[in-house]
Design a protein around this ligand. Structure first.
Ligand SMILES: [Zn+2]
Length: 946
């Protein structure tokens, strides 16, 4: 699962107090599922036989294995209505599959015997025809059917004596008489009815407008983490893996999709114009990875451009989107198969499913979801339209696609045993997304971006007292949804990157293959991974792990403890030694006695003169072994007063470094004056800026020293990655100073730094510029605009005027795609109702431009007129024309950017809390973003008291 770029702070603790104990929330393991036969009959605009819309009828037959005798079976279910009786029947090995052509018939007395026909796939037919014949003769098709005494005389088939729904546990508990016997398998039959609601979880409805403006309905799923139970009764835990055999009925002018390919399509006898799509049986998988979609046939690619086969043996790769957007899937369809092939080689395990389909869903909560074989995306995270999407959108597409495809191995093939280990899934997918995207876009500096997209944002949260360890015990569904945060994703990924560097890439990669092979189609925990890596280390010499340490020892100190360390390097310039001390880095500088096993890499200015490339020095040269400090002798030659040292080379370790003030000065001087061939790499420059400014923020380093490190920016920095790191600090300083008298000086400082870059970079995209340069321009321009740089404001206003004067502004837009947000925002901020209304109209018309629509929406928040901001929040809540539920995330995230909008947002929440909670409260993801947006722009004492 990929959450949106602006991740929730980990400080939100939305857990609902519950009296149910943790163990009771887990399913008993007396029985486990083997196989689901799931049939669904969804109705969208076409009414169901009872005249209702947006309903579906389902029948699930779950083959279960009994491990311990029990007369109770518990499974998950939420917001579903059970129809008729639940049945259980004894099953023999090699059970055949049951199907009912018409689920609406809820006359259960005749269902099981009359309307169930036994069907088998061709494969089974061949393999076990004899067993099946035996089976068919003996199989008791219903609990009411007496079992022929000749074959199973000793067995009394159980029947269901009753069942109770326990809402708190989201379970249905079925009582059976007599008890199920250990070692036997049974089939549980449940019929149910569900509603296709407008929420973004479970089996839900979504819509879009076709080219004539007609609203078209579709239905899709989002099950991670605990929402499969909202779609069908199931054993909804990641370790309860089973095969899924799905059938979906549809109108014959519609299409359906699921994880596997369609095996057969057949008409439904008594319902004219409706057919069944029967899907192949899936491999063993967790229920949260099941997916299905029902859509209008224009969702189906009509030409073959979006179907790619990399080679004859590779799986079918296909992208689905509504017809009007399908052409914009071209970028994803060109990179997707290459990423897929790359991972297959990287892990040494071919992609295990027959196809990889990706679908762009108009209404979608998170960024994307890795359902096995059927990846679902928010439209803007997979579709790239060169005419209306920016380079930053494209950057995001490759990252998200590479993330979701990585999950096909990490998460889908091998799954965490329980959600407490979520970081294993998400940390690996996040780490791999840079490896995979670097493979397909080698000139985009993806490996450098890791630092500013993942590691630094994770460290920003992880230095708060409210952080949590990467491994976090979670029990109930709200706690589970809380761990989908930067700590699991970005810190998890940073720890893998550190491990990669300490063990060597060769060991990590082979160790991963070993782990994946050992646990495939199964579930694993942290310790299983550490074990696989340890086995690999023993086989492959060359790892930098000291022989007396294990991977588990080292990693436990990182995954089970809160936060991360800061190393303080104090040099003795006379004798060339240095002491290196560790302490937990906490923003409020509180002391702590937590210690880590730290792989310490370093290099010196002297070594760099020997032409040793800095990237070769990232491996650990010493380890701090949960000890407060060590001394490194002969770090430099004695009396090296003018030579700097640098620790944590390329920020490969998940920690910060502080130096004595002389070393900071030497580094600042080097940044400013080094010869081009001696320049430190971009990732190192980004690291030095972030470390210095964070240490200053925590009060450990003087701001004079930290700001000294920024002096070189104006003179020579043209790389995106260091600027991106610096941008986060500008944002913070702006937030803290904007209501103080010091703001004027801040403004002068920012202008002095940025003006030189503006003249070098210019306003317009140059044909020969690099991708990171294209990404940099909007950052520079947006700060200059915010600081009231007259050139930038006039440029933006002028372009905006040209746009408003164009005959059809929804088609002709003279503003370059990469600077649209800056231009729109400047025009709205410096303008009035006219500009705001113009943007609102464009937003409402941009129904076929998902990325553009997000930019327009964010720009509406730039106004400084309170009543316009209120109008926006109201429209968003009411879901007025063009506003989707998911848009609340964008709007509320932007509300903190100015004093005016922060205040409006906070007052809105306070005065309309009940209505806000009513609309968004059920969705922790949405309400979390809203609360974060409503308070994170507040910085004064009075705000705090409020
Ligand atoms: Zn993910």
């Amino acid at each position: 699962n990929e959450t949106s770029a602006e991740i929730l702070s980990t400080t939100a603790t939305t857990s609902v107090a519950t009296s149910t104990s943790a163990d009771e929330l887990l399913l008993p393991t007396d029985v486990t599922p083997l196989h689901y036969r799931l049939q669904l009959e969804p109705y969208l605009e076409d009414k169901d036989p009872y005249g209702e819309n947006f309903t579906y009828y389902g029948h699930v037959s779950i083959r279960i294995q009994c491990h311990n005798a029990t007369n109770k079976v518990s499974l998950h279910l939420k917001n579903l209505q059970i129809i008729g009786r639940i049945n259980i029947s004894l099953c023999f090995p090699r059970a055949t599959v049951l199907t009912t052509p018409n689920l609406i018939n809820n006359d259960t007395t005749k269902t099981t015997t009359d309307s169930i026909t036994t069907i088998t796939t061709g494969r089974r037919n061949k393999r076990n025809a004899a067993a099946r014949r035996r089976h068919r003769r003996n199989h008791p098709t219903s609990s009411t059917t007496p079992v022929p005494k000749t074959t199973v005389a000793a067995v009394t088939p159980p029947h269901v004596t009753g069942h109770v729904q326990e809402d708190k546990k989201e379970m249905d508990i079925i009582s059976l008489e007599p008890a199920l016997e250990a070692g036997r398998t049974y089939v549980l039959d449940i019929k149910f009815k569900g509603l296709l609601k407008g929420s973004l979880y479970g089996f839900y409805r979504s819509s879009y407008r076709d080219k004539n403006g007609t609203k078209i309905w579709m239905a899709s799923t989002q099950f991670e983490a605990t929402h499969a139970r909202k779609a069908f009764p199931c054993f909804d835990e990641p370790a309860m893996k089973a095969e899924f055999e799905i059938s979906i009925s549809r109108r014959d002018d519609m299409v359906t999709l699921s994880n596997m390919p369609i095996r057969a399509t057949e008409p439904i006898g008594d319902q004219l114009g409706r057919v069944w799509d029967h899907y192949e049986v899936s491999p063993k998988m967790s229920p949260y990875l099941v997916a299905f979609i029902v859509a209008h046939s224009d969702f189906m690619p009509t030409n073959n451009t979006m179907v790619t086969y990399l080679n004859k043996t590779s799986p079918e790769f296909r992208i689905y989107a509504r017809q009007q957007l399908l052409a914009t899937a071209e970028y994803a369809s060109s990179i997707g198969p290459r990423v897929l092939e790359f991972y297959g080689d990287y892990f040494g395990i071919p992609y295990p499913m027959p196809n990889l389909h990706m679908a762009a869903i108009p209404d979608f909560a998170a960024g994307a979801m890795e359902n096995w074989g059927l990846l679902t995306y928010r439209e803007a995270t997979v579709l790239y339209d060169p005419k209306s999407s920016s380079m930053s959108d494209k950057d995001n597409v490759v990252i998200v696609v590479a993330h979701e495809i990585a999950h096909q191995w990490f998460g889908n093939l091998v799954t965490m045993k329980w959600w407490s280990d979520l970081w294993l899934n998400e940390g690996f997918a996040t780490y791999m997304q840079y490896v995979g995207s670097n493979h397909v876009e080698p000139t985009w500096a993806m490996q450098d971006k890791f630092l500013v997209y993942e590691q630094q944002p994770a460290m920003a949260l992880d230095c708060l007292k409210s952080t949590h360890p990467v491994y976090t015990r979670v029990d109930n569904p709200s706690q589970i949804s809380e761990v989908f945060d930067s700590i699991s994703y970005s810190k998890g990924a940073s720890l893998i990157r550190m491990l990669n560097n300490s063990l060597t890439e060769d060991v990590l990669r082979k160790g991963l293959t070993r782990y994946l092979n050992k646990w495939k189609y199964n579930n694993a925990e942290e310790k299983d991974l550490w074990e696989a890596l340890m086995e690999q280390i023993r086989e492959t010499p060359g790892s930098y792990l000291p022989t007396n340490l294990t991977v588990k020892q080292v990693m436990d100190s990182w995954t089970l403890q809160n936060g991360y360390p800061v190393l303080t390097v104090t040099r003795n310039y006379d004798d060339g030694s240095a002491t290196v001390a560790q302490a937990r880095f906490v923003l409020d500088n509180s002391s702590s006695d937590t210690f880590w096993y730290i792989p310490v890499s370093y290099t010196t200015q002297e070594e760099r003169k020997d032409a040793t490339h800095i990237s070769r020095k990232t491996f650990p040269r010493i380890w701090l072994k949960q000890e407060p400090a060590i001394t490194i002798f002969n770090l430099t030659k004695p009396k090296s007063f003018k030579q700097w040292v640098l620790f944590n080379v390329q920020a490969t370790g998940y920690y910060r470094v502080n130096y004595d003030s002389r070393n900071w000065e030497l580094l600042a001087d080097h940044l400013l004056n080094s010869s081009p061939q001696d320049e430190l790499p971009a990732i190192t420059r980004a690291q030095l800026l972030d470390d210095a400014l964070y240490l200053a923020r925590a009060g450990i380093l003087g701001y004079d020293v930290a700001l000294d490190m920024t002096r070189y920016l104006a003179k020579r920095e043209m790389d995106y990655v260091p600027w991106k790191a610096f941008h986060e600090h500008l944002r913070y300083l702006d937030l803290m100073l904007r209501q103080t008298t010091a703001y004027g000086d801040f403004q002068k400082y920012v202008l002095s730094i940025l003006t030189a870059v503006k003249s070098k970079l210019g306003f317009v995209h140059a044909t020969n510029e690099t991708q990171p340069e294209t990404l940099l321009r909007p950052y520079i321009l947006s700060w200059l605009s915010k600081m009231d740089d007259p050139d930038v404001i006039n440029w933006a206003k002028d372009l905006f005027r040209q746009w408003t004067n164009s005959p059809d502004p929804d088609i002709d837009n003279p503003i370059g795609v990469d600077v649209r947000q800056e231009v729109y925002c400047t025009a709205v901020r410096t303008g009035g109702t006219e500009e705001w209304d113009f943007i609102l109209e464009r937003f409402q018309a941009a129904v076929h431009k998902p990325s553009e629509s997000d930019v327009l929406l964010a720009s509406l928040v730039c106004t400084h007129h309170e009543w316009l901001l209120l109008t926006l929040l109201k429209k968003c809540m009411e879901g007025s024309r063009g506003f989707r539920l998911q848009d609340a995330v964008i709007v509320w995230n932007e509300m903190r950017t100015s004093v005016v909008s922060s205040r409006v947002a906070f007052n809105f929440i306070r005065s309309k809390w009940e209505a806000v909670y009513d609309k968004y409260g059920k969705d922790e993801f949405l309400i979390g973003h809203i609360l974060h947006g409503a308070v994170s722009g507040l910085t004064t004492e009075i705000d705090f008291k409020d």
